[in-house]
Design a protein around this ligand. Structure first.
Ligand SMILES: Cc1ncc(COP(=O)(O)O)c(C=O)c1O
Length: 360
């Protein structure tokens, strides 16, 4: 076994794909802390107070001794924020996606999945007993054809991200909703990068959907994820979702931090406005349209991408190389993530450094 692992590692090196663990250093241009809430004083204080009051560990699954009133309260608040009947909190977005995709789709069902969906959606679909049909990225016309051709006997699901994590583009959700209405399909939307960022109150992009998955470790600044939807669907997850049932509940103090996060999102809308303004500014400087805070700078070759990232790190900017299989082969990139705390002056300096690092 040791020999095989050594061989596999050598192959990763030969492809220029060895990853290293590196703590934050330099100006943040790569985290998902879009609104700067991860270190917000209110979230820190509420979480610290809750640790003192309630201890650290939850001591069991929520169906056993791990349940706390704080979880139920923040789930109610999140559902109100999202405009759904109910929500359920999971300890990560990855687990929430596995939960949704293994609980609702059954054998005989079909899942239509966008080609660029996140690994956690892909893994959830693989674990489900339904059949998977992959459709071209952001292509409602192709999806319409596939829905027509593949009528199937069972329930059909369409699974997409609302703001794609590596490309920063939005899914045509209104068109998907109309297609799903006509076809009787259920639309599942991962709002990982849209929650807290888009919508009039930061509630995300999804409109007419079956359920959404809303990670709390990105713009919300904490961790975990809320699945939001109709009351019966959420009740069914409590009864059937294995990542919820067979896992220790998150530390109780997380619920206090999440409540504070929702409060700050409501009371400091200027963070969201500043974020989108800064994203627009950097995009314009790079010759791009739109306001998405996720900006892919595609370089292509993996080793070259690492070299560019290193040069930018040396210049004081924290950026990481994103390589296959996270992105398709030949599209290695820098994933620039704008946050609300970046000034225009810093973004100007970054553009100069990027131009220097990428010149042929
Ligand atoms: C689109 C998308 N879905 C789900 C996840 C997983 O969320 P988490 O990091 O909370 O496990 C991520 C983040 O990595 C993501 O980008």
């Amino acid at each position: 076994m040791a020999e095989r692992i050594a061989e596999r590692l050598a192959a990763i090196d030969a492809d220029g794909l060895r990853r290293t663990l590196r703590p934050p250093s330099g100006i943040d241009l790569c985290s998902n802390d879009y609104l700067g809430l991860a270190a917000h004083p209110l979230l820190k204080r509420r979480m610290a107070d809750a640790v003192i009051a309630e201890g650290v560990g939850s001591t069991g699954s929520r169906l056993l001794r791990g349940e706390r009133t704080g979880f139920a309260r923040v789930e109610e608040q999140f559902a109100r924020f999202k405009g759904t009947e109910r929500s359920l909190y999971f300890s990560s977005g990855y687990l929430a996606n596995l939960a949704v995709l293994t609980a609702f789709p059954e054998a005989g069902d079909v899942i239509f999945s966008d080609q660029r969906n996140h690994a956690s959606l892909i893994d959830g679909i693989r674990l489900s007993r339904a059949r998977r049909v992959v459709f071209p990225h952001n292509d409602p016309w192709a999806l319409a054809q596939l829905l027509k051709e593949d009528a199937g006997a069972g329930q059909r699901f369409v699974v997409v991200e609302s703001l794609f994590s590596m490309d920063g583009d939005q899914a045509p959700l209104a068109e998907y909703a109309a297609l799903c209405r006509t076809a009787g399909a259920a639309l599942i939307v991962d709002e990982a990068h849209a929650i807290g960022v888009y919508g009039t109150r930061g509630e995300g992009l999804a409109g007419e959907v079956f359920v959404t998955i809303n990670t709390a470790g990105k713009a919300m600044g904490v961790s975990g994820a809320f699945v939001a939807g109709p009351a019966d669907a959420i009740e069914y997850l409590i009864q059937r979702a294995r990542p919820f049932i067979f896992s220790t509940a998150p530390p109780p103090a997380i619920a206090a931090a999440l409540e504070a996060s929702l409060e700050v999102i409501a009371s400091e809308p200027e963070r969201r406005k500043r974020l989108l303004a800064r994203a627009c500014y950097l995009r314009k400087r790079l010759g791009l349209a739109g306001d998405s805070p996720i900006i892919p700078v595609i370089i292509g070759d993996s080793e070259r991408t690492v070299a560019v990232a290193c040069e930018l790190q040396a210049a004081g900017f924290d950026l990481r190389a994103i390589r296959p299989p996270t992105v398709p082969p030949g599209t290695a990139r820098l994933r620039v993530a704008v946050n609300q705390g970046l000034s225009e002056e810093v973004l100007d300096r970054f553009v100069t450094a990027l131009e220097a690092a990428t010149k042929p």
